[in-house]
Write a protein that binds this ligand. Sequence first.
Ligand code: AMP
Length: 282
Amino acid sequence: MIVVHTKKELDEQLAEWRQHGDHIAMVPTMGNLHAGHLSLVELAREHAERVVVSIFVNPTQFSEDEDFEEYPRTLERDTRLLKRPAADLIFAPDVETMYPFGLKDATTISVPRITENFCGASRPGHFDGVTSVVARLFALVQPDAAFFGQKDYQQQLVIRHMSQDLNLPVAIITGETIREEDGLAMSSRNQYLTDDERANAPVLYQVLSGVGEELQNGRRDYEELESESVAKLTDAGFAVDYFSIRRAQNLEIPDRDCDELVVLAAAHLGDARLIDNTVVTV
Ligand code: AMP
């Protein structure tokens, strides 16, 4: 496995692989890897001869009051983890490589509507940063397929929308959410939790799963279910950002007949902002 930092090194390696007719799968990440990222690498391996993992803490998707500076950067450890399951190449660019005109003159790609609510509402500008960096990574790597986690449900829908709308020649594939044994979705931000908060954190997924069961059992009073859930989480010490039952396909408000739902939540526990979701077919 090789680690490259520049466009030149990346281009040279990709050209060699393409000459051999190898397909390229890519897993974009911000590093500080855990089993959730590694499961995407394993999935990517099933789809292509070559797997590229990008590691880039993208400044444009953090707002000023967020954790860009503190975000854990652990390239050495990440490189070790990516030996098994094996990635072929780690692309770890610096900001100048990703934004050659500088951040102020950088082109922004912006997906409307589906970015307006949920994480888009609580993190203004976040999705513009995500789509802009993912489009840049796609242009640099030109992967045949790219892999994203269901944990960031809205994000993968936004990226699908961008890719379809711009006819980008890349298949977008979503991998399941990988969880700790107690149900907490793995996340680089879980390390911001104190021991007490960590012990409490699985309540988020318990409440989401409980709503999933209620929906399976026939409940359709979505708003009532949402407010009951917010109350449960608030009682458990969470500061709820959103808790919502939506159409899985597009995050629109579902009617009673909708058979593919997603229950989405984001909530703060101490310094950590946790997000999670469950998809329910009824
Ligand atoms: P990040 O490094 O947090 O930007 O995440 C990089 C990719 O890994 C994104 O597509 C995430 O959705 C995905 N990811 C993060 N956590 C998990 C998880 N627990 N299970 C599966 N995928 C995940």
